[in-house]
Design a protein around this ligand. Sequence first.
Ligand code: MRU
Length: 351
Amino acid sequence: MLNTVKTLEWRGDALRIIDQTRLPTEQVYLDLRTVPEVAEAIKTLRVRGAPAIGIAAAFGVVLGVLAADDPPEALRAAAEQAIEELAATRPTAKNLFWALQRMRRVVEQTANQGKSVLLERLLTEANAILEEDRQACRAMGRHGASLLPDRCTVLTHCNAGALATADYGTAVGVIYAAAQAGKRIRVYADETRPLLQGARLTAWELMQAGIDVTLICDNMAAWVMRTVGIDAVLVGADRIARNGDVANKIGTYNLAVLAHRHGVPFYVVAPLSTFDPEIDSGEEIPIEERSPQEVTHPFGVQIAPEGVKVFNPAFDVTPAELISAIVTERGIVSPPLAEGIRKLLDGNEKS
Ligand code: MRU
């Protein structure tokens, strides 16, 4: 049995999350009770990963209405204020806006019926978003595992595992599913500068689950492909455009270029909630830029001269032509990606 971590859960009047900024050295759980607390947790990456951000925000809207009172206009205003505050936390992950839009629809349909009905419906919707993500992880795992040979070595970037979702992850979920299916799988995990989600989170959760994992610095990937031999690169996504361009953690594009050079398949694993039907290409994806401190003072230690200029984009965009396939809960989209995505989105009423 795989022992994956509980990333977030609703506790009756609070959203409980594992504080990912404290991992791997401490396992601390936080009960978030207000919209500002949820917004802060998303901004600071206490809760992170595109699907988990969406789920946390959905429960954040519940908390916003919990603190409000009738009449309907006041409920509507409180919900809208919560949605706006949560939407302003991180710009890149489509799942955040997708989940908030679902919550907004419930508010529009139900606010007139008073606080208790509205709260019940919002909670039902937030739980549905969580449960759908759980099921999507399992389905992506099954589909993705079919792409991997019985014995293989894969490379991952950032964390697209249990800590990024309601279940066992997207890209890392494929690894868990392959292991559960009896495949012998070894993982090389990029440390993922500057915030080290690969070192702190992916390495930790794979070890917890008993998966063979080796940690490397990001700049070792080409050499590992050349000398160790990598059978596939598996990454998650924060937003996918209609043409198949994929935004994911900064450094993903590097890996795609390297994989192309070394003839290694490059797979993106993401649920439908990550696809953005409104944008044609990756050029339209908003890329979050984060504080220079993350680069100059990682984890509080100064490693660069005071006042140096810094560029710190949190994500990059991998062009569709470098992607071998996108694994979704509905199946595998193969090139030409634009055509496959069109069919996928046309059949998805909720997108
Ligand atoms: O900044 P983060 O840690 O939220 O970035 C996360 C990623 O880039 C993940 O790969 C992506 O959200 C997919 S998670 C299933």
